[in-house]
Each structure stands twice: as structure tokens, then as C-alpha cells.
Design a protein around this ligand. Structure first.
Ligand code: MG
Length: 253
């Protein structure tokens, strides 16, 4: 314990000396509105260092939810996830929707998906799946390449609530990406104090910019909120179409 303290004290002294020798910032500037830090405050801590991934690879602080090999992070009801592992992807196979064992609140989520190359059916019957934040707020997954359906049900829609700003869908069978930035709803005394807010980038194209969820996703009904825990699982929908997912990672915010 003494040794740990000595090392800590030495390190603190070194940092203090280093910051005196090479001051970066100011101690005579006005305070920012939060009253905690001055403009360019010399003592304001630097953010943690993160090593970014190359391309869409996970950054160093991400939690990898699917790496192409293992479904260990996922379950289906009380059972292990039963989706098919194929070519570094997991594929919907009629065994039911899956959800992460771990629960999340505010997050950054990256995932890639592909609707079946062989086009079958139409409208909501074509490459239907979905990403359910906290298990209940759906970002729709659908083959929306030359596939007419209701606007709030197409790919990247907040299902039943808000269509994407544009249709950035690739062709069936091609890999597509979602980057989702989510602020979970807040409840106080069982009342909603701020809604869930989501920003979605589909294949590099912004399709929702700070959009508020009206509530938990419903079919043919207006979504409404019910109070729930501050965290929940990320769920992927089995809607009966063999949609594939790969490269799924999340960062807690
Ligand atoms: Mg769906």
C-alpha cells in the first residue's frame, strides 16, 4: 500500500512539475457557463486516448458484440442465440429474435447487414429485420432497393414513426452499414422527462439527425412510452427473412 502511494505521489509530482514547466492553457481566463472550467483551462483533464479502427473496424474502447465467429454475446429468450454462422456473418434462421446479454443506455452502435441476394416477396416481406435499441425502439432493416412500402417502414426508418431523410439503400445481397448514436429516454418518478434521441448514418449518409422517438415501436398504433430501466439490450429481429449481420460493436456513452 505504501509503495503504491509512493509511486502515485511521485507520478503526481512529476505531472505537476511537467505542467508547471510546460504550461498549456490559462488560469486567468473567464469561467465557462458550467462554472467548473475556465476557457482553455490549464487544469482541465485531457480526454482518454482511443485508437481508432481502420475503416469500420472497432476502435480500442469498443465492446465487440459480433466478430464473425461467436454468438456468445447474444441470447434468444432464455436460450443461447441460434442464428446460423455463415461466411463471417450471422444469419436469421427462424429461431427467433436475438438480444445482447449485456444492457446499454446511451451508446454508439456500428453494425453491417445484408438482405438476401435472391429477391423474394415485396414491401415488408422483403429482407425484413430490425435493430431494437433497449429492445423496444426499432430502426428498421429492410431491402429498400426498388421496393415500395410505406415510408415509415422502409430501411432506416424509426419504424411506424419517422422515415429516413433519404433512401441510401444498397442492392440486395450487398453489405450495408448503420452507425447509430442514441441517447436513451429519461424517466423520473415514472414520468418521461426526455425522449430517446437518435442519429443514424446509413452507408455513410445521415438519415436521422437527432430525431426523437415517440415511444416504443408498435405496429399499426402510435408509439408511446412506458417507464423502464435506464439500460436495455440491443435486439436484432427475426422477421422470417434470412438477413445477415456482421461487424457489430458498441461504445457506451
Ligand atoms: Mg423490422
Amino acid at each position: 500500500m505504501l509503495i503504491v502511494f509512493a509511486v502515485f505521489a511521485a507520478a503526481s509530482a512529476w505531472i505537476a512539475r511537467a505542467s508547471q514547466d510546460h504550461p498549456v492553457g490559462y488560469k486567468d481566463t473567464p469561467f465557462l457557463p458550467d462554472g467548473k472550467w475556465r476557457v482553455h483551462d490549464a487544469d482541465r483533464p485531457a480526454p482518454p486516448v482511443v485508437t481508432p479502427g481502420v475503416g469500420t473496424a472497432p476502435p480500442s474502447d469498443a465492446l465487440v458484440l459480433f466478430d464473425g465467429k461467436s454468438l456468445a454475446a447474444w441470447k434468444s429468450g432464455d436460450k443461447d442465440a441460434g442464428w446460423k454462422l455463415v461466411d463471417g456473418a450471422m444469419e436469421v434462421n427462424g429461431t427467433g429474435s436475438i438480444e445482447t446479454r449485456e444492457h446499454f443506455g446511451d451508446l454508439q452502435l456500428h453494425l453491417e447487414w445484408a438482405s438476401p441476394e435472391k429477391v423474394e416477396s415485396e414491401s415488408q416481406g422483403r429482407g425484413n429485420s430490425g435493430v431494437f435499441l433497449m429492445g423496444i425502439y426499432e430502426i428498421q432493416v429492410l431491402d429498400s432497393h426498388m421496393n415500395r412500402t410505406y415510408a415509415d417502414g422502409q430501411a432506416a426508418a424509426l419504424y411506424g414513426q419517422e422515415p429516413p431523410l433519404v433512401n441510401a439503400c444498397r442492392k440486395p445481397g450487398e453489405w450495408q452499414s448503420y452507425d447509430i448514436f442514441f441517447k436513451a429516454p429519461r424517466f423520473e418518478d415514472l414520468k418521461l422527462v426526455s425522449p430517446g434521441i437518435v442519429t443514424v448514418v446509413h452507408n455513410g449518409v445521415l438519415v436521422h439527425h437527432g430525431e426523437a422517438f415517440l415511444g416504443a415501436t408498435r405496429h399499426r398504433e402510435v408509439a408511446t412510452y412506458s417507464p423502464h430501466a435506464p439500460t436495455g439490450p440491443i435486439a436484432l429481429q427475426d422477421h422470417g427473412n434470412p438477413v445477415r449481420y456482421r461487424n457489430v460493436w458498441v461504445r457506451k456513452l
